[in-house]
Design a protein around this ligand. Structure first.
Ligand SMILES: [Mg+2]
Length: 345
C-alpha cells in the first residue's frame, strides 16, 4: 500500500476500504464492514454486554506523546477493559473517527495496525464504524460488545459489608508515566530528560500509552463465582471503588500501606515526598480491576488470579457506613487531597 497518498485523495470510502483490508475474518461475523449494518452470531445462552468510549486529542491523548500504533492499541484496550470489568468475553467493536484533514495517512495506517493488533490479541472483530472530518483534532470513538452467561456477569452493585476490596496488578504506574511525560519542573529527577529515557521510565510510560486490559483474570474471577462486584480502574482506585460503594449502598476503608506498587514505581515514587500514595489512589488509567469478595475466599481468589499470571492484593474492607476512608498501618487516617480524575471538575 502506498503511503505518500493524502487523505483527501483517498476519500471516506477509500479510507474505509483501507481499514477493512486489514480486518481478518471471524466465525461470529456473518456480514462485517461494507454493508449498512453488521450481522453477528451470538453464543446461545449468553447476554450482550456493550460499552462505548471516546478519546479526544488534547483531552485524552497528545499526538506528540502518543505514537499512532500505541494510540490505536489503547483506543481499543480501554473499551476491552470495560468488558473485562463485567467479567465478559470481548467480541465485536465499532470504530468511529473524526479526522483532521492534514492528518498523514501513515498515521492512520499505523493507528489501524495498532487497533487491529489489540483486537487480534483479544479475539475482537472490527465490524463497522464511521469516519468524518474534524476541524479541531482527532476524535476516536469505540463501541465494544461482549458476551457472558447471565449468572457470571459482574456489576458494581454487589459489594457487601465485610467483603474485602482487591486490586489486580499495581497502582499509579500510568499516572507516574504521565508525570514523566509532562516533565514537570516540580518533579524530582525529571530535569533535563524527556520522559521515557531509561528502562524504568519506559515501563511507566508504556503503562500509560499501551495499557493491557485484564480480560483473562476478569473472566476467571467472574466464572469462579467468588466475586461480589467489579470495576476497572480508569480514574484511580479511590474514585472507582467509590462507584462500587455508591452502586452497592456501602462504604469502604482502604489500607494505604497495602496498596501494590510496581518495582519501577517504587524506584522513582519513593523519591517523592507526597506523590506516591496520591498517584496510586487517584491517578488514572491503570486499567487494573478492583473487585470485592468475602474474606473467606482470600486463598481461592489469590490462586485464581495467579493462574492467569496476575497478582491481586487485598487493599481494604467494605463497610456498611457509606463513606470511603484511607488508613495507615498505625490506624491514623490519611488526608485525601483529591478524589480521582473527573472530566468536569
Ligand atoms: Mg470502566
Amino acid at each position: 500500500m502506498k503511503n505518500d497518498k493524502k487523505l483527501s485523495e483517498l476519500g471516506e470510502f477509500g479510507l474505509i476500504s483501507r481499514i477493512a483490508s486489514g480486518v481478518s475474518s471471524s466465525g461470529s461475523v456473518i456480514t462485517g464492514i461494507g454493508d449498512d449494518a453488521a450481522v453477528t452470531v451470538s453464543t446461545p445462552g449468553m447476554q450482550l454486554v456493550t460499552s462505548t468510549d471516546m478519546l479526544l486529542e488534547d483531552v485524552h491523548f497528545r499526538r506528540c506523546w502518543h505514537d499512532p500504533y500505541r494510540l490505536g492499541r489503547k483506543s481499543l484496550a480501554v473499551s476491552i477493559s470495560d468488558i473485562a470489568a463485567m467479567g465478559a468475553h470481548p467480541r465485536w467493536a465499532l470504530l468511529s473517527l473524526a479526522i483532521p484533514a492534514d492528518l498523514p495517512l501513515t498515521f492512520l495506517d499505523d493507528f489501524t495496525s495498532g487497533f487491529l493488533a489489540m483486537a487480534a490479541e483479544h479475539g475482537v472483530a472490527l465490524i463497522g464504524g464511521d469516519t468524518c472530518s474534524s476541524r479541531s483534532g482527532l476524535a476516536i470513538s469505540v463501541t465494544i460488545m461482549g458476551e457472558q452467561f447471565p449468572n457470571y456477569i459482574l456489576r458494581r452493585s454487589g459489594a457487601k459489608p465485610g467483603d474485602e476490596i482487591w486490586t489486580t496488578g499495581s497502582l499509579g504506574d500510568a499516572a507516574l508515566g504521565l508525570k514523566l511525560l509532562e516533565v514537570d519542573s516540580d518533579f524530582p529527577g525529571s530535569e533535563g530528560q524527556v520522559g521515557c529515557g531509561d528502562k524504568v521510565n519506559q515501563y511507566l510510560c508504556s503503562r500509560l500509552l499501551d495499557p493491557s486490559p485484564r480480560v483473562l483474570v476478569g473472566l476467571a474471577l467472574a466464572e469462579s463465582g467468588l466475586v461480589s462486584s467489579m470495576i476497572d480502574i480508569s480514574d484511580g482506585i479511590l474514585a472507582d471503588f467509590g462507584h462500587i460503594a455508591e452502586q452497592s449502598g456501602v462504604g469502604g476503608c482502604l489500607r494505604l500501606d497495602d496498596l501494590p506498587f510496581s518495582p519501577a514505581f517504587r524506584l522513582i515514587g519513593d523519591k517523592l515526598p507526597l506523590f506516591p500514595y496520591q498517584l496510586s489512589l487517584t491517578g488514572g488509567e491503570d486499567y487494573e480491576l478492583c473487585f470485592t469478595a468475602s474474606p473467606e475466599s482470600r486463598g481461592e481468589i489469590a490462586e485464581c488470579t495467579k493462574k492467569c499470571g496476575v497478582e491481586a492484593t487485598p487493599v481494604g474492607i467494605v463497610t456498611s457506613f457509606p463513606e470511603i476512608s484511607v488508613v495507615r498501618s498505625d490506624g491514623t487516617s490519611y488526608g485525601l487531597q483529591t478524589k480521582g480524575f473527573n472530566h468536569f471538575t
